[in-house]
Design a protein around this ligand. Structure first.
Ligand code: PLP
Length: 426
């Protein structure tokens, strides 16, 4: 359910024709619908109403300050994986007591920053990390609240690059070794055990793997309780999938009710870290067709957005629906939709059936709100693109398009390379 639809043959975001936004901000740009974001968050949040819970929006899926603030206003916490995401969460006004910090490679400075911020908990991914958090906490006179991220060895049945809960993945501590890690944590003086965590993968379209993971976590918690350890929070991570093409992931209400059946009365506050399911279908990428090119074998639609703006198709072979912003009856073509980047992997769609597109017209790459802008880069020295939020008939630029000056910010040419220094020769 989203608020991108044709009215009078023009694609609108809420009440604004997208072509009007393009005229104001130029192309390409990301476009988000406020009411879609609110709706997705609220449906997810309400679905877990039956038990004590905390929804920590996963900042990595889209970390724009305006979006973070929107979810904070709705009572959300934030799941972070870096000092940079913590900084963003704080700038957006997130309550530190609703921030959880995951990630296999937390640096000491990031740990110290999070400790000084008094976050809710660290989701710890190795025994060495436990030791480091203990040392840092001791040094600054704090007690670090920790959960152990358990790797339950479960196949989430998703793309291998976004599967995280199998033995061959780098994430978490193997479920068989987790009790040892908890015993170590219990002995370290500057740690306080508060929870248990797992995240088995992203774009999950079945609920069974998550329930299996939950069962394994519960078993472990029961054993830990027998050893006298208190587990207050059970963090199930994120991962619920969305429809990009023809996937049929469970609705959040169905997902939640299956989880609630399994966890009700277990005595833990449930934490969830959704990203994609909240923002994925609430955002689109708008791009302009630059050229159409054909040879005996192929037709290429060359557009002004590239893999640096939306990497998912090149990186994961992901599908994004592509539609023209102007709706009209047209003949169908088959084409590759490609960007301007100097890589053959720079495509948004391959061998796609599309309405006959013309150069100069606008296209919308759908379901681009998650892992779109947040995974974008400056490759080929392309300034990162604008982000726009629409609420009813109002538009807000929530991220200015970068300039060429932005591209070189922080770069310096050493003096010896400047010919006028007289030392430019080898
Ligand atoms: N939590 C953790 C630890 C993650 O690694 C991720 C994504 O990879 C998420 C939450 C969010 O996942 P999703 O966007 O699929 O909900």
């Amino acid at each position: 359910m989203h608020f991108f639809e044709y009215k009078n043959h023009q694609l609108h975001c809420e009440e604004i024709p997208i072509c009007e936004i393009a005229e104001k901000v130029g192309t390409p740009f990301y476009l988000y619908s406020y009411h879609t974001l609110v709706r997705h968050f609220t449906v997810f949040e309400d679905a877990f109403k039956g038990i004590p819970h905390l929804v920590c929006y996963s900042a990595k899926s889209n970390s724009n300050l305006a979006l973070l603030r929107l979810f904070v206003n709705l009572g959300g916490g934030v799941d972070i994986v870096s000092g940079g995401e913590l900084y963003r969460a704080r700038k957006a006004g997130a309550d530190p007591r609703k921030i959880v910090f995951s990630g296999v490679g937390k640096r000491e400075d990031e740990i110290e920053y999070a400790l000084k911020t008094d976050i809710l908990m660290f989701n710890v991914e190795s025994s060495q990390e436990l030791q480091v958090i203990n040392e840092v906490a001791g040094r600054i006179g704090k007690k670090a609240p920790i959960a152990i991220r358990v790797n339950p060895d479960i196949d989430p049945k998703t793309h291998p690059y976004i599967s995280t809960g199998l033995k061959q993945n780098k994430f978490g501590i193997d479920i068989l070794r987790a009790p040892m890690a908890y015993r170590l944590a219990a002995q370290l003086p500057h740690l306080k055990i508060v929870g248990i965590d797992c995240h088995i993968g992203s774009q999950l379209v079945e609920v069974d793997p998550i329930i299996e993971a939950l069962k394994r976590l519960k078993q472990l918690v029961e054993n830990l309780r027998k050893e006298g350890m208190e587990i207050q929070y059970l963090d199930l991570g994120g991962g619920l999938g969305i429809t990009y093409e023809d996937e049929e992931p469970p609705h959040p209400v169905e997902y939640a009710s299956t989880i609630l059946d399994e966890i009700k009365g277990f005595g833990c506050t449930l934490i969830l870290e959704p990203g994609r399911v909240i923002v994925g279908n609430a955002g689109v990428l708008i791009s302009k067709v630059l050229y159409i090119k054909e040879n005996e074998e192929k037709r290429f639609v060359i557009v002004d957005a590239g893999m640096n703006d939306l990497v998912r198709p090149s990186y994961y072979g992901s599908y994004h629906q592509i539609i023209p912003v102007k709706e009209e009856v047209r003949e169908e073509i088959v084409a590759d939709v490609v960007g301007p980047i100097c890589e053959s992997s720079d495509f948004l769609a391959k061998g796609r059936k599309l309405p006959h597109l013309r150069s100069g017209e606008l296209i919308a790459v759908m379901s681009a709100g998650a892992y779109g802008f947040s995974m974008s880069t400056n490759y080929n020295s392309r300034p990162r693109i604008a982000e726009v939020l629409v609420r009813n008939d109002q538009m807000f630029i929530i991220h200015q398009r970068e300039s060429y000056e932005d591209l070189i910010r922080g770069e310096e040419i050493p003096e010896f390379l400047m010919p006028e220094s007289g030392r430019g020769k080898a």
